[in-house]
Design a protein around this ligand. Structure first.
Ligand code: PAF
Length: 288
């Protein structure tokens, strides 16, 4: 393990193996400190740092993992071009007060012959799961492994990936993993665009059009809550008229099960849509 003070005091220390991670966590536990985990795929932005800030408020010791997880990418997705900036990430984590970065190699997380996967069931095959087959099994598998490896008291995730958050809650419940899952609201640019590592792929023209996604979701949420059942269809039309190439889905769903909404229960409007070659996702809550 690289102590944060030994090489670059502006960069957080790194554990590259599960053994190093567990050694650090055991030392914290011996000092009676609770531990928070922030799982990430790196290319950190202010949205991730909000997760670290929340983690710091919940536990004196914070570990962030940086791992671009191959099993959650489909064959035609952006695994090889996914943005990576380990040095920048380590500096941002140090500034945010994170205590350790867990940055394992693929062979550390998926040793030769590792075939077991976590199947999150139907929650993983609807909406995002319909367009990204196997994605949530990859997410559920890597998050279950990280939770087993770090054994944190609390793990922090963003609401930006709302379906992912529900999948993780379900996996933690069904597999009896003793951890609290904490959700942090989406961090947005001033024009409403949700922060995402994939925003870096947008051209200047696409970036100018991108905030329409959030505006549309807010309109749909308002109109649907007001009794307008056609609001989602109008939202899809608005996105296509505003330069989005394709809308994979735009739907109002129950905020806990992602089943069709029922009166009196919390609901959420979720969407995935393409600007050129970049796929954006976002979601907003419906007013109760
Ligand atoms: O949200 C992400 O960055 C990833 O899906 C996660 C939770 C770190 C699992 O790889």
């Amino acid at each position: 393990m690289t102590a944060s003070s030994s090489v670059d005091t502006r960069a957080v220390g790194v554990a590259g193996s599960v053994a190093e991670l567990q050694h650090a966590v055991a030392a914290w536990r011996a000092a009676r400190a609770t531990v928070a985990l922030v799982p990430t795929m790196g290319a950190l932005h202010a949205g991730h740092l909000a997760l670290v800030a929340r983690a710091k408020a919940l536990a004196p010791r914070v570990v962030a993992s940086i791992f671009v997880n191959p099993t959650q990418f489909g064959p035609n997705e952006d695994l090889s071009r996914y943005p990576r900036d380990i040095d920048g990430d380590r500096r941002k984590l140090a500034t945010a007060g994170c205590d350790l970065a867990f940055i394992p190699a693929v062979a550390e997380m998926y040793p030769e012959g590792a075939v077991a996967r976590v199947d999150p069931g139907s929650l993983g095959t609807i909406l995002e799961g319909e367009f990204r087959p196997g994605h949530f099994s990859g997410v559920a598998t890597i998050v279950a492994k990280l939770l087993r490896q770090a054994a944190p008291d609390v793990a922090v995730f963003g609401e930006k990936d709302f379906q992912q958050l529900l999948v993780i809650r379900r996996v933690v419940r069904d597999l009896d993993i003793p951890v609290r899952i904490e959700a942090v609201p989406t961090v947005r640019e001033s024009d409403g665009l949700a922060l995402s590592s994939r925003n870096a792929y947008l051209s200047a023209d696409e970036r100018a059009r991108a905030p329409l996604l959030h505006r549309t979701l807010r309109d749909v949420a308002r109109d649907f809550a007001g009794g307008d059942a056609a609001a989602p269809d109008r939202g899809i039309a608005a996105l296509l008229a505003g330069g989005f190439a394709k809308v994979d889905y735009l739907a109002v769903r129950d905020a806990e099960t992602l089943e069709p909404p029922r009166p009196g229960r919390p609901a959420r409007v979720l969407a995935a849509a393409w600007l050129g070659r970049t796929r954006l996702i976002d979601n907003v809550a419906l007013a109760p």
